[in-house]
Design a protein around this ligand. Structure first.
Ligand code: ATP
Length: 511
């Protein structure tokens, strides 16, 4: 299945079963905005709970806040977003389509890389068991020529961006003869910087003084509250502040479903440390976050760590945890050692001291910060895309099953009377009443039991509990497990603890 087909299937499954809908679809949707449906919002809430519990509840020294989306506009001057949160933008004059100049160039490089991969595949076929990919890549003249071309483009692009020379970026696009994928023409405007923040006006104030921004990241809501939390919570270094909330970026190209949206949700944690200890804490959080992802159960092979070579102006170390999405390995979470850049800059712009007084050394200083920042929607896509499975069953039948880790599945168990009479629905509803106190469970009595199983498979319900005639006599039920489709008989009086030990979120935390 191609990457594009894989993503398409997930998008259509997500819509068909109430996970994700295009926003305002009756008006043909709004580009890069999505709504989470009845099951999507459950899954999203479970992911938030998994993050929040492991960050805030399981750590003595991390607390959570919920800051406003609107912030004083100077916040964004201090953070650098007003001056530097830009993408280089270029328009095609014929199609009137807008592109990110850097993405056009990256896609061009991607095409050369695809040719290299094709050459490698051919070589593998030709030389069979004797084939060494490393030797082939470093000696094959075609590959070397292509690799040189890539290196040359990258170095020209880096030099142009480094010097803020947008004319040179345009010249590179022209030199590579990159055409607009829509119009096919090479009729480009100049490249210009485009700020990604959404601007709006506050209340009755007009003009520049009333301008406010929709926050492009949640982190700044944490920085401006550093002292409030430190003082009111009597926090000692090192300590962290966590937050889950919406962020907004006017992305120039927003596609690939919920991977890149203009309105999305972040789960961020800023960890304040003593200057000089940031490297130790950066390594700690890199490890901790990797393990958190592994515990979720999507397979360790689905993750890759990518250390940044070129660092943002505020960072002294940074890496991404990448996930193997249907479109390839891409950033899921960023871990950044942000130095004291943000707090210092807020001190400068606000005139307020944002320090920590160390009672032992009697010194006061601006703490350093290590940040972990994950996109909730990307995590959602990671779960959905790994979970989506098309399976051939014995006997030739097929099923689509979402193998969502049970602890975060939107519906934990379905309660199903075998038939719609003989007192079975009544018995099933008793079981439902008992289970729903702790878990999100669903009742279904329509259609044959096999079809009901398929429906639950398609939404990722880990357990199906069937009430049959024997249940009326011996108070037992059949529990069917989603992935292995195995069945066992369980006493109704044991069901609570059975369900809990199989699908409760505590299962993840005890790992
Ligand atoms: P990218 O390079 O993909 O644009 P970024 O490096 O700008 O991402 P950060 O500023 O580090 O992203 O934001 C932290 C996290 O927020 C990212 O790892 C990602 O999961 C999420 N995120 C960022 N932009 C978007 C977006 N437009 N839509 C959905 N999630 C996003």
């Amino acid at each position: 299945m191609s990457a594009e087909d894989g993503l398409k299937k997930i998008i259509s499954h997500a819509k068909e079963y109430g996970f994700v809908f295009p926003s305002s679809e009756i008006y043909d949707g709004l580009s890069a905005a999505y709504d989470y449906g009845q099951l999507g919002s459950e899954l999203k809430n479970n992911l938030k709970q998994y993050w929040w519990t492991s960050m805030v509840r399981m750590n003595d020294n991390i607390v959570g806040i919920d800051a406003a989306i609107f912030m004083h506009p100077t916040t964004w001057k201090a953070s650098g977003h007003v001056d530097a949160f830009n993408d280089p933008l270029i328009d095609n004059k014929d199609s009137k389509k807008r592109y990110r100049a850097d993405v056009l160039i990256e896609e061009y490089i991607g095409k050369i890389e695809a040719k290299i991969n094709k050459d490698v595949a051919k070589g593998k076929k030709k030389f069979g068991a004797d084939f060494s990919e490393e030797v082939f890549r470093t000696t094959n003249p075609n590959i070397l020529r292509r690799q040189n071309k890539i290196d040359e483009i990258k170095s020209k692009f880096k030099a142009a961006m480094g010097a803020d020379d947008l004319d040179a970026v345009k010249a590179l696009i022209e030199e590579l003869e990159i055409a607009c994928p829509i119009s096919g023409s090479k009729n480009w405007t100049d490249v210009r910087q485009f700020n990604l923040m959404f601007k709006t006006e506050l209340g009755a104030v007009s003009g520049d003084s009333g301008v406010v921004y929709l926050r492009p990241e949640t982190a700044q809501g944490i920085f401006v509250n550093y002292l409030n939390v430190q003082k009111s919570g009597r926090m000692k270094l090192p300590f962290g502040i966590a937050q889950i909330g919406k962020a907004f970026r006017n992305e120039i190209i927003a596609r690939q479903f919920i991977f890149r949206m203009r309105e999305f949700e972040q789960m961020e944690m800023q960890f304040f440390v003593k200057p000089g200890t940031q490297e130790e804490w950066y390594n700690h959080w890199k490890d901790a976050r990797k393990n958190w992802h592994y515990s979720l159960g999507l397979g360790e092979e689905s993750y890759r760590l990518h250390d940044h070579i070129k660092l943002a102006h505020y960072a002294d170390a940074a890496c991404d945890i990448e996930f193997s999405f249907p479109m390839g390995f891409k950033e899921l979470e960023g871990i950044h050692s942000r130095t004291d850049f943000d707090l210092k800059s807020h001190e400068d712009h606000s005139g307020k001291k944002l320090r920590f007084f160390d009672p032992e050394t009697k010194e006061s200083f601006v703490p350093y910060v290590v940040e972990t920042s994950i996109g909730l929607d990307r995590l959602f896509l990671a779960v959905l895309s790994k979970a989506y499975t098309e399976e051939k069953l014995d006997g030739g039948a097929e099923r689509i099953v979402l193998k969502i880790p049970p602890a975060i599945a939107p519906i934990k168990a379905a309660v199903l009377p075998l038939i719609k009479k003989d007192g079975l629905p009544e018995k099933a509803k008793e079981v439902l009443k008992q289970l729903r106190i702790k878990h999100n469970v669903q009742y279904d009595e329509k259609d044959a039991i096999g079809r009901r199983y398929r429906r639950q498979d398609a939404i990722g319900t880990p357990l199906c509990i069937t009430i049959d005639h024997d249940s009326l006599n011996d108070n037992t039920v059949t529990v069917r497990e989603r992935d292995g489709m195995t069945q066992e008989r369980v006493l109704i009086s044991d069901l609570d603890s059975y369900v809990d030990s199989n699908v409760g979120m505590h299962v993840l935390f005890s790992k």
